[in-house]
Design a protein around this ligand. Structure first.
Ligand code: IVH
Length: 689
């Protein structure tokens, strides 16, 4: 019917029909590469859809095909918390690492060492991960990975990617569905994009991954729409439903629902098959139309995946087997010695820029004084640079045959190159350190940078340049100064907005960004303190153990050593940090301006074990100790190493000795391994229900 004569009801009906029809033809074209409609007929459908929407703008559907063109620009991306964290993958760099990965799985699951475990091998696409939420088959939300806990809402941008279905195919998809996968740019589209950019004197992107990232995080989705991004789906999570599935089933369903699923996947039954798959794919790597940087191996059975759980930010059930690093030769122009947050002096190679595996490299780490001496690295040398994945490029060797005749050995400084302070090398350590602490401006600035960085306080608008200027001008010297900046600014004769590069709006944005971070979780806070050796994983372990800041501040060595994942060295560093009066003072000062939340278990399941203290003793038949402990933690229980009157349950395997005896003397409830497993299974059913 002519659009002119359509009434609202008819228009709404036709828009619904067109959305489905066009989605089906997109699927045939982009996913199956098997179109059943001519280009003209397809364009006619889209045009009709657009025209009906033009007449009835309020009837535009969330799954309308017109979203492919892009939406109006937005001022910023809204944050979205992931329902389940988006994890990272542990890396394997050799066949031995892969064998060890499988053995670790067998040990964890307490399986005999010759058990075959079915594994799915998939190419590791070099792009960016994204999460897509579907309700009743319609795409309602799409987000970036962000820091793994919280990403950004980029729905409008993702809707422009043609092989992301706006409506799912068929009708047997879960009502609530989250799909995860990789957004990438094909090698061909990358070359075309760079040619276009060069033609208008714009800087080309270094590699397809950067191009995909730059295209996806555009506030104006019409730009994303022009960039020909693609998507491979690799997992989904349904809010309810059976977990009797395998990774193969997952990929089959994703494909049936209209997603592009990588065709290079292979089901392998042991580690030898995995490594031969790896070798085969590495040979074909350059002929694939998209970039891959390795292979991902995943335990095929999802029930086993669930049992294996996570360690830190990585699942135990999967690993990325990376391809060998790429190398290139270039000239070492200079050696810069940088001073880090903890005073460590790091030599950095300043290089004649060179392309290494598609990325332009002009700096590389030289590690430390010993390494430099060992390799006898000198300014003017021709050196071999290596880059593996996201790792900082390194200088691996000197091409001695190309060394200039007049070259001089490099002398590592004996004074801090920034503050001139004394430099010491502790016994047994390779690093030299400036002892001036935060009196050394380099250390103070690095600490500030670390404190505001994404995994720490995540304060937007305090970039390196601003921090350096603020430090130089005495505006921000200590971490607390960040939180008093606005108050001081109000009474200042030279407020922020009078400074070069600042205006009323940017100053307001900065103060708002700081205010937004006046409440922080305990693990982030601990991480932000920059305690030597304490990264995100350890900060989380500490927060989980101590629950609140007061308890953490009162930490003693014996407690710390009882936390799995914390060794003697690290425990000593933590204690040394907490015993330093300046650090205590700083924590006190910060607390006057911020609120530190008590640690809350994020991913635990409510069960009769939540909040209880349990002790495992004796030999368990079906579970390894690590798995038993992981199960207990998932149920919100605390696992202790010894029995006391604070113990709620003792789980006794065979040959249990003195702990079992103490438990019965104290009248503590004793559970068998089977009773324990029943509790675990019951809890799992409760969440599935
Ligand atoms: S599974 C725990 N499968 O690699 C995360 N990831 O280094 C599980 N990636 O963040 C992801 N291809 O962005 C998986 N076939 C594939 C992948 C893949 C690329 C990316 C993904 C992830 C990163 C981890």
């Amino acid at each position: 019917m002519t659009i002119e004569f359509l009434n609202r009801e008819e228009a709404a009906k036709e828009l619904e029909h067109l959305a489905r029809e066009i989605a089906y033809h997109d699927y045939r074209y982009y996913t199956l590469a098997d179109p059943t409609l001519s280009d003209e007929a397809y364009d006619a459908l889209r045009l009709r859809n657009l025209e009906i929407e033009k007449k009835f703008p309020d009837l535009r559907r969330v799954d309308s095909p017109s979203h492919r063109i892009g939406a109006p620009p937005s001022p910023e991306f809204e944050k979205v918390k992931h329902r389940k964290p988006m994890l990272s993958l542990d890396n394997a760099f050799s066949d031995e690492d892969v064998f060890e990965f499988l053995n670790r799985i067998r040990r964890f699951l307490k399986l005999p060492s010759d058990t075959k475990i079915s594994m799915m091998a998939e190419p590791k696409i070099d792009g960016l991960s994204a999460s897509l939420h579907y309700q009743n088959g319609q795409l309602v939300l799409g987000a970036t990975r962000g820091d793994g806990q919280e990403g950004e809402n980029i729905t409008a941008n993702l809707k422009t990617i043609r092989d992301i279905p706006l409506i799912l195919q068929g009708d047997c998809y879960p009502k609530n569905l989250e799909v995860r996968g990789e957004v990438y740019m094909s090698k061909g589209d990358f070359d075309l994009l760079n040619q276009k950019r060069l033609a208008v004197s714009e800087a080309p992107f270094a590699n397809p991954r950067n191009a995909a990232a730059g295209s996806l995080r555009q506030l104006d989705p019409t730009i994303t729409a022009e960039r020909s991004l693609r998507f491979f789906a690799y997992s989904y999570d349904a809010l309810s439903g059976s977990s009797d599935l395998t990774q193969s089933d997952i990929l089959t369903s994703l494909s049936q629902w209209g997603f592009s699923v990588n065709q290079e996947i292979e089901l392998c039954s042991d580690e030898n098959e995995l490594v031969s798959y790896y070798k085969k794919l590495e040979e074909r790597r350059s002929s694939l139309p998209y970039e891959i940087d390795g292979v991902v191996y995943k335990v095929n059975d999802l029930k086993l995946q669930q049992r294996l759980g996570t360690i830190g930010r990585c699942p135990r059930h999967s690993i990325a087997h990376k391809f060998a690093a790429e190398k290139a030769e270039t000239i070492l122009i200079n050696i810069d010695v940088q001073v880090g947050r903890t005073g460590v002096l790091t030599p950095v190679a300043i290089l004649q820029p060179v392309l290494v595996g598609g990325v332009m490299v002009s700096r590389a780490t030289l590690h430390n004084e010993d390494e430099m001496k060992r390799k006898d690295i000198r300014v003017g040398d021709t050196v071999v640079i290596q880059r593996a994945g996201d790792v900082i490029p390194q200088v691996v060797e000197v091409v001695l045959s190309k060394r200039p005749k007049d070259s001089q050995p490099f002398h590592f400084p004996n004074q801090c190159p920034v503050c001139g302070g004394q430099v010491l090398r502790e016994e047994g350590l390779v690093a030299k350190r400036c002892v001036n602490g935060f009196d050394c401006s380099a250390q103070a600035i690095q600490r500030l940078r670390y404190f505001v960085s994404r995994d720490a306080f995540d304060i937007e608008g305090l970039g390196d340049r601003h921090l350096e200027n603020f430090y130089k001008d005495g505006l921000i010297h200590t971490l607390t100064d960040i939180f008093t900046l606005q108050e001081r600014d109000q009474n200042s004769p030279t407020p922020l907005l009078s400074r070069e590069g600042w205006g009323a709006q940017s100053a307001r944005n900065l103060f708002e960004a700081i205010d937004k971070r006046r409440t922080i979780s305990l693990d982030r806070f601990i991480f932000s303190l920059g305690i030597p050796q304490v990264g995100q994983v350890t900060a989380k372990l500490l927060a989980k153990y101590y629950k609140n800041l007061d308890a953490f501040e009162a930490a003693v060595l014996s407690d710390l050593l009882g936390i799995e994942g914390i060794g003697v060295n690290m425990a000593n560093d933590i204690i040394r940090f907490l015993e330093t009066p300046e650090q205590r003072q700083l924590i006190n000062d910060l607390q006057k301006h911020i609120t530190i939340l008590h640690y809350e278990e994020i991913e635990t399941v409510r069960s009769p074990m939540t909040g209880k203290t349990v002790v495992f003793t004796g030999t368990l038949q079906t579970l390894s100790r690590s798995e038993a402990k992981a199960q207990a933690e998932r149920l919100g229980a605390r696992v202790a190493g010894s029995v006391s009157n604070k113990t709620d349950y003792v789980i006794a395997g065979s040959d249990a000795g003195s702990k079992l005896k103490t438990a019965s003397e104290l009248g503590i409830t004793i559970l068998s391994e089977q009773q324990w497993t029943e509790i675990v299974n019951q809890a799992a059913e409760n969440i599935a229900a």
